[in-house]
Design a protein around this ligand. Structure first.
Ligand SMILES: [Zn+2]
Length: 256
């Protein structure tokens, strides 16, 4: 299991990550995808982004297009067999087009909401790129999408998705079972601070904060502590885990 960094968002408002943070505080956050490999499959958890509009909206530095970032980790984009999508936001689902051979795994409720209801008058489509949705639908029409139904589903051997943290309508996080068991939180826990100080991140609605805190407890329980939970945007993961090459950190080494 590796974390692959593909850039940085500079001066991101901290209150966007920790709703109770002081308004004017900002931090630099890491942009990352995670890769899980064995002899049979090469799985990405999230896919990054590359579309132009987001470079205009955010101050992004050190950007490597996610397919090139994966190449730097020693894998050709065509070798990626599966992509598990934590949630439909631009910086997580925006790179699926770069991995044309991969099957996309997303919660059925997340798919339905962001293809449909999100764009109705009372919907919530913030952070969603319409181009990503069009491409996701195309992938589904081509038989390359697998819709996951609900919590605690083993989608591949020893890869279990969990829901309930409600970062988006039906966000999910990924459990890689083994010794140790690793939890890849994505934006269901943005930063080590969310885990360490038990602080909710940004949730679908403010009413979901309690569920987010419960999910944090569940993540820590599954992984047996903070050490093996990997938050979505904390640059510190690239210090806590040893980097094999610049921007590629080994979260769990292989057997060979
Ligand atoms: Zn994100």
């Amino acid at each position: 299991v590796t974390a692959i960094r593909y850039g940085t968002i500079e001066d991101f408002p901290l209150a966007g990550l920790l709703p109770d943070a002081p308004r004017l505080e900002t931090i630099d956050i890491a942009l990352a995808v995670w890769m899980i490999r064995n002899d049979e499959r090469t799985v990405l958890f999230d896919s990054g982004f590359f579309r132009e509009q987001w470079f205009e909206r955010f101050q992004i530095t050190g950007f490597t297009r996610p397919d090139d970032a994966v190449r730097l980790a020693g894998v050709e984009p065509e070798e990626v067999t599966d992509i598990v999508i934590s949630h439909a936001h631009w910086d997580h689902m925006g790179g699926i087009e770069l991995f044309p051979e991969a099957t996309i795994w997303i919660q059925e409720d997340e798919y339905a909401y962001y293809v449909g209801t999100a764009w109705q008058r009372d919907g919530r489509s913030g952070g969603i790129d319409p181009e990503d949705i069009r491409h996701l639908v195309d992938r589904n029409l081509g038989g390359q999408v697998r819709l996951v139904r609900g919590d605690d589903v083993e989608i591949m051997p020893r890869l279990v998705v969990r829901t309930g943290a409600r970062h988006t309508f039906a966000s999910q996080y990924l459990v890689v079972q083994g010794t140790p068991t690793v939890v890849l939180a994505s934006d269901n826990a943005y930063l080590y601070t969310n885990l360490d100080e038990r602080r909710a991140g940004s949730t679908f609605t403010p009413d979901d904060r309690e569920a987010n805190l419960e999910a944090i407890d569940t993540m820590l329980g599954i992984a047996g502590g903070l050490e093996h939970v990997v938050p979505g945007h904390d640059a510190e993961q690239f210090e806590r885990f040893q980097q094999r090459t610049e921007g590629v950190a080994v979260i769990k080494p292989g057997r060979r």
